[in-house]
Ligand binder design. Structure first.
Ligand SMILES: [Zn+2]
Length: 499
């Protein structure tokens, strides 16, 4: 058995806020033994010098979108979620299988560069998912050597059909045109992916399938129930965007007569395989329901700020008994795949939710959510810690970088000070995938050339649909503002607070 020894690295003990030098023996991709420096010397072992490096478990992204990689920069500046979705056809349309692979590779490469070793990826294909598309995205992760949960993101309604009243707010002739756009019937979507799920060709220790009805309002109830049934059948995770915006929360109550969470529970969807992305506009009753069923939340503080969606109540969710993971969302809504940044924002934003500083999210809590918490949301139990029996997914941080000089509180200095700039090496399953500023499993220069060529081709091909989206931008925007101003007992944005 191939053994690797990491010599002299300082392993972060996040609870004790210490980082003492140790040797780590890695056998067959897992951590076999941790001992004092110089005490582990198996014959024939490969040795990696880890001195002057802070060793931390690979971060885990609880919510991202592979298609965001090629969509970077296409969304504009002041764009709330519903306006982003109004432009989604222009951003994601006309993509070939190679484009889907390319977009996933871009996302994966950025995650690894920022010390992230696993992610839960909801990627989209229009008008329906395809086995080839799912395979291409999974292949990108497999080739780069990153762990991922790959979930085709599904809908059987367009944005315009999903939000009650939206089409009425759009004048002709666009109304007629948009009303005529259709997603594939849900039976087609599920039939397309079923054979691949039944005969998954990738190593499940690295890349696993999952299913993701995108936003409950964008899916018929029959579709949501069928997705949950498929998740149970294949024993795979189920993730959906849960009450990400106030517009969704308000329209869910109008449509279902109850909250989105209560509606999903009535459909029998909440359970231990369930995770809700964002979970901003949920109240304590919703949180209690999710906790009782063993569900989880993927908290995406950066994307929530970027899209103006609101500040999720992470402490309240933890109080309710929900395990929270940390995500970035896609690169076109969160502007990057940086879990260090997301963890910091999760902790910082909690400080804006009340003066009771004892309730603020600590650096330790944010980091544990961004590692083991996210990992359990992905369904990986042996990720997120540097300990015997856990996978050797290890990030090496340079201790000569300014954020660590002088080093007093490694946990606080890393979680609040690390931007990803100190990432020196990244190991996944005992295999080095990033070192000396370079990805070792991917030709990044080639990836860049291909991405730029693909973006130019896709922007030209999608110009007409972009113009259509732009022609209704103000109507969709006015609809969002009206519903964003509607009365709601949940307060997650600063405009909800008394002046
Ligand atoms: Zn998302």
């Amino acid at each position: 058995m191939a053994t690797t020894v990491l010599r002299g690295g300082r392993v972060l003990d996040v609870a004790a806020d210490r980082a003492d030098p140790v040797d780590i023996a890695i056998v067959c991709g897992s951590i076999a033994e941790i001992g004092a420096p110089g005490t582990i010397e198996p014959p024939g072992a490969a040795v990696v010098d880890a001195s002057d490096r802070l060793l931390v478990p690979g971060l885990v992204n609880a919510h991202t979108h592979a298609h965001g990689g090629l969509g970077r920069g296409a969304v504009g500046d002041k764009v709330p979620l519903e306006l982003f979705l109004n432009a989604a056809g222009a951003i994601n349309g006309q993509r070939t299988i190679e484009d889907k692979y390319l977009s996933a590779a871009l996302s994966a490469a950025e995650m690894i560069r920022r010390g992230c070793t696993a992610g839960f990826d909801l990627f989209v294909e229009f008008p329906a998912p395809s086995a080839e598309g799912v395979r291409a995205v999974a292949q990108a992760y497999a080739e780069i050597g990153m762990r991922a949960v790959v979930a085709p993101m599904l809908a059987d309604r367009t944005l315009y059909q999903a939000l009650p009243g939206l089409l009425d707010a759009i004048p002709e002739p666009q109304r007629g045109y948009l009303a005529g756009i259709a997603m594939a019937p849900f039976e087609t979507s599920l039939a397309n992916i079923r054979p691949l799920f039944a005969d998954w060709p990738f190593d499940r220790d690295y890349v696993r399938p999952a299913i993701a009805p995108t936003i409950p309002l964008h899916c018929s109830d029959e579709f949501i129930v069928a997705c949950a049934r498929m998740a149970r059948e294949f024993d795979i995770p189920f993730q959906t965007h849960l009450a990400e915006t106030k517009v969704q929360a308000v329209l869910s109550r109008a449509k279902y007569g109850k909250s989105m969470t209560a509606h999903l529970d009535a459909l029998g969807v909440l359970g231990s395989k369930f995770s809700g992305a964002h979970g901003i506009w949920i109240d304590r009753l919703d949180m209690d329901l999710i906790a009782q069923r063993g569900g989880r939340i993927a908290h995406n503080p950066g994307s929530n700020l970027r899209l103006g969606s609101g500040i999720a109540a992470m402490r309240e969710m933890i109080d309710a008994g929900i395990e929270v993971g940390i995500g970035t969302d896609g690169s076109n809504t969160g502007d990057g795949q940086n879990i260090f940044e997301a963890a910091r924002l999760a902790a910082y934003l909690s400080r804006m939710q009340g003066p009771e500083y004892g309730r603020w999210i600590t650096a330790r809590e944010a980091f544990e959510a961004a590692t083991a918490g996210s990992a359990r949301l992905l369904g990986f139990d042996k990720l997120g810690r540097i300990a015997p029996g856990f996978a050797a997914d290890i990030v090496f941080l340079r201790l000569d970088q300014p954020q660590y000089v002088p080093l007093r509180s490694p946990t606080v200095q890393m979680v609040f000070g690390e931007s990803g700039s100190a990432v020196d090496k990244v190991m996944i399953g005992g295999r080095m995938v990033f070192a000396d500023g370079k990805l070792l499993t991917l030709d990044e220069a080639k990836l860049r050339r291909e991405a730029e060529a693909a973006a130019a081709r896709l922007d030209a091909a999608n110009e007409r649909i972009r113009q259509t989206g732009a022609s209704v931008h103000d109507f969709v925007g006015a609809f969002c503002v009206a519903h964003g101003r509607a009365g709601c007992h949940i307060r997650r944005r600063l405009d909800c607070l008394p002046a």
